[in-house]
Design a protein around this ligand. Sequence first.
Ligand code: ZN
Length: 175
Amino acid sequence: MGNKQFVIQFGGLSVGTHDYEFEVTNTFFESFEYSEVHKANIKVKLEVVKQNNLLTLNFEIGGTIGVDCDRCLAEFDIPVSSKQSLVVKHGDVEETNDDIVVLSHGATEVNISQPLYEFINLAIPVRKVPCEISKKYKCDTETLNRLNNISIDENPEEENNPLWDKLKNINFNNN
Ligand SMILES: [Zn+2]
């Protein structure tokens, strides 16, 4: 597995708190075959709290992700930020779940790529219409009009669909 820089060697760490910083960019997502994210500029602060029998990983994720607007298909960088925690311990590997990573006995390193990938994806809003997030963003009205026209041509009976009126209004408000 790639992303070797996201491996925490905790075997030699003293009991206590240790701080790490990571940069997550486009290349991070290349190792995830089905990633919907391809563009990112994210900083991750990771606090590793080591106790005798377990580690607690506290992630602070902040930056931007490139997404395609759900409405006009233009690409935007949207802000993402998130705080997440993960417990790492030794035991039955099968017991690993979203909150706990269970490593086999004797393991002294943990790869945080997968949980980090999931945390970042969780931080992306389900509805990706950047102009609804901030006035700073605008929908590509040209594409939007073209998409609307195509849809109306294909579905003439929907010409009076209140959804289109709603879309037109939203579009108007953002100009
Ligand atoms: Zn848009």
